[in-house]
Design a protein. Structure first.
Length: 203
């Protein structure tokens, strides 16, 4: 039994007679060769349902962002800003406190330096006074020792002068006796010797 298969392409028609075994393949080939509209061949042309689903997803995402995520994000940003502001105020407070401590430390150092300078000056005055007092004491002791030594020297000199005068009187008396051949007045000799030696000592 023959089967007629009619296929069309534009304004032309094609009629093919097939046996029973080739009928299915002929219909498949006919379906493949069927002309498809040009709009259906555009791969980037969206369909209406795709537009609807895309717009719906966008609206849902916008609502979720606006009423769920954005408030939390804004709250977190405000909390972060408040934390930064609090940390900044705390840092400024700590800085002011540190500056006050530094100023107080500088004032204490200046006070301690002034006290140390006063103590050094007082110690210098005290040492100078002690030095002057010790010098005066040493000078007094030296003067006393010198006076005592001079007294001892004078006493020794007087004693030695007496001995020398006695020896000179003896020598002069003996020499006068030998020269004159007769005894000489001892008082006259002593007076003469004393006058002569006194004049020599005064020189």
């Amino acid at each position: 039994m023959l089967t007629a298969v009619v296929t069309g392409s534009g304004d032309s028609l094609e009629v093919t007679f097939l046996g029973d075994s080739l009928v299915g393949q002929a219909f498949v080939a006919a379906d493949e060769e069927k002309e498809v509209p040009e709009n259906d061949l555009n791969p980037i042309a969206p369909e209406m349902k795709e537009l609807v689903w895309g717009f719906g997803s966008f609206v849902v995402m916008a609502l979720v962002l606006r009423y769920l995520l954005y408030p939390k994000l804004r709250k977190g940003m405000e909390a972060r800003a408040e934390s930064i502001r609090a940390n900044r105020e705390a840092a400024e407070s700590v800085t002011a406190s540190a500056r006050a401590d530094v100023a107080q430390y500088d004032a204490q150092v200046a006070t301690l330096r002034a006290e140390a300078q006063q103590r050094v000056e007082a110690a210098r005055v005290t040492l100078e006074a002690e030095r002057t007092e010790r010098l005066a004491t040493a000078n007094a002791e030296i003067a006393d020792k010198r006076a005592a030594a001079m007294a001892e020297v004078d006493a020794a000199r007087a004693a030695a002068q007496g001995d020398v005068e006695a020896a000179v009187v003896d020598v002069v008396n003996r020499a006068a006796e030998l020269a004159t051949g007769r005894p000489v007045d001892l008082a006259t000799v002593e007076s003469t010797v004393r006058d002569v030696m006194g004049a020599e000592v005064s020189r």
